[in-house]
Design a protein around this ligand. Structure first.
Ligand SMILES: C[S@@+](CC[C@H](N)C(=O)[O-])C[C@H]1O[C@@H](n2cnc3c(N)ncnc32)[C@H](O)[C@@H]1O
Length: 225
């Protein structure tokens, strides 16, 4: 049936992770570290990381922007896909885990590939746009500050080349996007507005995947006319 939705039990999630190409030991080390933290639910899940990996490979990514570093899971999976001469810029306003992830990046031989910028995302994006990096990124992974997703997305679309992709995490917001509206949850409202706009955004072809907490992949289309 075309409209059948698979409900993911924990068993099925585990099965999916077991049957996908395993993540690297460096990724697992950062994920395991994240899982010891009280806010571990923030970390990129294995299946969402798998999506980053596949998209980077499909577009032949060499330059990636990762918005929201946390313990470095999304940054390392992106860095593993770009060649030695590639670059991953990852930013976070909070540098609490910097010592941990920098050690893992170095041990994996990826410290020259990944640049961590300890600044608010908007500042980082605006600086990249101001320094003529428009259209030079292959992939952006957007995973911070849900209230500003639309502004980040619009600006990141300028940073990405035609045929490149913006991957947006958390777009199904724990399934709440189709549940009775929770007026207290301002991030849910932001996500609903973002998803609505995305469905009419002709600048991209997008797909919302029921993996992780909902992952939208938007591929930048050529400007028509
Ligand atoms: C969901 S976590 C990112 C998870 C990460 N991508 C991973 O692979 O595990 C969100 C991160 O965004 C950071 N953050 C929140 N608001 C931000 C902002 N305005 N600018 C930069 N970082 C921000 C938080 O400090 C947090 O570490």
């Amino acid at each position: 049936m075309g409209n059948q939705i698979t409900k993911y039990s924990e068993e099925l999630y585990n099965y999916r992770v077991e049957t996908m190409t395993p993540m690297s030991s460096a990724f697992n080390e950062l994920a395991d570290y994240a899982d010891t933290l009280p806010n571990s639910r923030m970390r990129t899940s294995h299946d969402a990381a798998g999506a980053i990996r596949v998209v980077c490979q499909l577009v032949g990514a060499r330059k990636v922007l990762d918005i929201g570093t946390f313990t470095g899971c999304s940054a390392i999976v992106a860095a593993e896909q770009v060649s030695d001469s590639g670059k991953v810029i990852t930013c976070d306003k909070d540098a609490t885990h910097q010592e941990v992830f920098e050690k893992v990046f170095a041990a994996a031989g990826l410290d020259q590939v990944i640049d961590f910028v300890n600044k608010p995302a908007m500042e980082v994006i605006d600086e990249l746009l101001a320094s003529e990096e428009t259209g030079t990124f292959d992939v952006v992974f957007l995973d911070a500050d849900k209230h500003n997703y639309q502004s980040y997305f619009d600006k990141c679309l300028d940073l990405v080349r035609t045929g490149g992709a913006v991957i947006v995490d958390d777009t199904l917001w724990m399934g709440k996007v189709v549940e009775e509206s929770d007026t207290e949850d301002t991030r849910l409202a932001a996500m609903l507005e973002f998803n609505e706009k995305m469905s009419n955004d002709t600048r991209v072809t997008n797909l919302v995947l029921p993996i992780g907490n909902g992952v939208t992949i938007a591929v930048k289309q050529p400007v028509s006319g």
